[in-house]
Design a protein. Structure first.
Length: 431
C-alpha cells in the first residue's frame, strides 16, 4: 500500500483515540532521528483535536490545519513545533502560499480508509493537504485568500495556546506572527487578567483539600488510589508534566528513574526526555522519598529501586483493551488515563471543600486540571518554601529565569494577602 507524499496523522473523530500503526511507525522514526519529542507532539495534538469532538466542522478544520503544519515541521523544516520562531512561521506562510505541486489535490477525499485485506485503517494515498481548483477540466493556479490564511494561523495560534497551557512550549509563534502581520490592528499582546492568574495554581487551602482527599481515598481503597496518591505527590513535588510520567511512543517511565547521588545521598527523579528533547534530574524531598517507599511496598517491591529497575512507574489496574499492549496489565498508563484519574481526585476534593462551606474555592478548583499541579508545586516552593529561583528554574526545566519569576505571588489571593499584611514601619512593629 503506497502512502501519500504528506502523511495524514489524525483519523476521523471516532478513530482518533485508537491510534494507527502506519502513523506510529512514522512518529517512531522521527523520535529516533531529528525530532525526539515527535511522540509528545502527536499526543498533545490528538488530545487537543479530541476536545473538538462535539463539533464535526471544527474538528475537520482543526485537523486539516494542524496536519499540514506538522507535515511542514517534520518533513520540510525538520524541527519540532516547540522550536518554531516567528521567522519560521513566516517560512510556513510562504510555503502555504506556494505549496509543492505534488501536495495539491483537486478533489476532497478521506484522509484514511479501511484496508480490507489488512483489516485496519490506513492513510489514503490520494489525500493531499492542499486543495486546488479546476475550471473546464483545466488546472488553475493555486491561490490562498487572505481570509483562508488568517484562519490557518488563527487555528495554529489556538493549538499553541493549548500547548502553552500544558507547558509543552513557552511561546506562541502563530500569534506573534499575527501580531506583526498586515492583519494585525493592535500589535500588542493582551495582558493576562487576574482571573487568568487565579487559574495557574491551587491556593494552600485548595491544595490541602486535594492532598487530604487523595490520602483518604488511598486509605479507603488502596487497590485503586495508592497509585493516585503517589502520582499526585510526584507531580507536585518535582513539577512534572503529565508527559513526564506517562507512556508514549518511544518512552515508558520506570522505577529506575529514581536514582541516589552517591556523594550526597540525596535521591532524585531523572527525566530522560521532556519537551524539546531536554533531560533533567529533580532532587526529591524526604516526604516524597517516604511516599516512594510506601508505594513500592504496596506494589510488593523492595523499599527503594536500583538504577536498572525496569518496573513500570504507574501500572494499570486493568489489562489494556487495545493497542500494542492489549491484554497486558503490568504496563504504564498513557496521558489520557493519568489526566482522567487526576481530574477525578480534583473534582472529589472540590466536592469536599464545598461540603465544608468553601463554595468559592470549590468553584475555582473545578476549573483546574492536572497540569495546574505542576504550577502549584513551583508556586508553593517559591512563595511558601522559599526555594531560590535558580534552583526552581533548574528543577522546572525553564529555559529562562524570567519564566520562573512569573510564579512569584502568582495568584491574586496571595498577592492581595501579602499587600494587606505589610506594615508601614518595620521597626515600629517590633515595639
Amino acid at each position: 500500500m503506497k502512502n501519500p507524499p504528506a502523511l495524514p496523522l489524525f483519523d476521523s473523530i471516532e478513530f482518533i483515540q485508537q491510534g494507527n500503526s502506519v502513523v506510529n511507525q512514522y512518529i517512531t522514526a522521527l523520535s529516533l532521528g531529528d525530532i525526539p519529542d515527535a511522540g509528545l507532539v502527536l499526543e498533545h495534538a490528538s488530545d487537543w483535536l479530541f476536545e473538538q469532538k462535539h463539533s464535526e466542522n471544527n474538528y475537520k478544520a482543526y485537523r486539516s490545519e494542524v496536519t499540514t503544519f506538522l507535515h511542514w515541521c517534520f518533513d520540510e523544516a525538520c524541527i519540532s513545533p516547540t522550536q518554531v520562531l516567528r521567522k519560521d512561521m513566516s517560512r510556513y506562510v510562504d510555503y502555504c502560499l506556494n505549496p509543492p505541486q505534488a501536495l495539491i489535490g483537486y478533489f476532497n477525499v478521506p484522509q484514511f480508509k479501511l484496508d480490507k485485506l489488512r483489516g485496519e485503517r490506513v492513510p489514503n494515498e490520494l489525500w493531499r493537504p492542499f486543495v486546488g481548483k479546476k475550471k473546464l477540466g483545466q488546472i488553475q493556479p493555486y491561490t490562498l485568500s487572505d481570509n483562508a490564511l488568517k484562519t490557518k494561523i488563527a487555528i495554529l495560534s489556538s493549538f499553541y495556546s493549548y500547548l502553552m497551557s500544558e507547558e509543552f512550549c513557552e511561546r506562541n509563534p502563530a500569534q506573534i506572527w499575527l501580531n506583526h502581520s498586515r492583519f494585525s490592528v493592535n500589535k500588542q499582546f493582551v495582558r493576562q487578567s487576574d482571573d487568568d492568574e487565579n487559574t495557574l495554581a491551587f491556593t494552600q487551602l485548595q491544595w490541602s483539600y486535594v492532598m487530604s482527599t487523595v490520602t483518604k481515598l488511598a486509605q479507603d481503597t488502596p487497590e485503586v488510589h495508592e497509585r493516585s496518591l503517589f502520582l499526585i505527590s510526584l507531580i507536585y513535588s518535582c513539577y512534572l508534566r503529565i508527559s513526564d510520567v506517562s507512556a508514549r511512543v518511544g518512552y515508558s517511565p520506570v522505577m529506575g528513574q529514581f536514582r541516589q547521588n552517591l556523594q550526597s545521598g540525596i535521591w532524585s527523579f531523572h527525566i530522560p526526555q521532556s519537551k524539546g528533547g531536554k533531560k533533567r534530574s529533580v532532587a526529591i524531598s524526604k516526604a516524597l522519598l517516604a511516599g516512594l517507599v510506601n508505594y513500592r511496598q504496596f506494589l510488593g517491591l523492595s523499599d527503594l529501586p536500583s538504577q536498572n529497575d525496569g518496573h513500570p512507574l504507574f501500572v494499570r489496574h486493568r489489562a489494556a483493551g487495545r493497542g500494542r499492549e492489549v491484554g497486558v496489565i503490568n504496563a504504564n498508563l498513557g496521558i489520557r488515563q493519568i489526566r482522567d484519574d487526576i481530574q477525578f481526585i480534583i473534582d472529589t476534593a472540590a466536592d469536599n471543600a464545598q461540603a465544608d462551606g468553601f463554595d468559592f474555592d470549590a468553584q475555582q478548583m473545578r476549573k483546574l486540571t492536572a497540569h495546574n499541579i505542576r504550577h502549584t508545586g513551583i508556586t508553593h516552593d517559591i512563595n511558601i518554601n522559599g526555594r531560590p529561583l535558580s534552583h526552581v528554574q533548574a528543577d522546572a526545566g525553564h529555559e529562562s529565569i524570567d519564566t520562573t519569576s512569573k510564579y512569584l505571588h502568582t495568584t491574586q489571593v496571595e498577592r492581595h494577602e501579602s499587600a494587606f499584611n505589610k506594615p508601614l514601619d518595620h521597626l515600629h512593629v517590633l515595639d
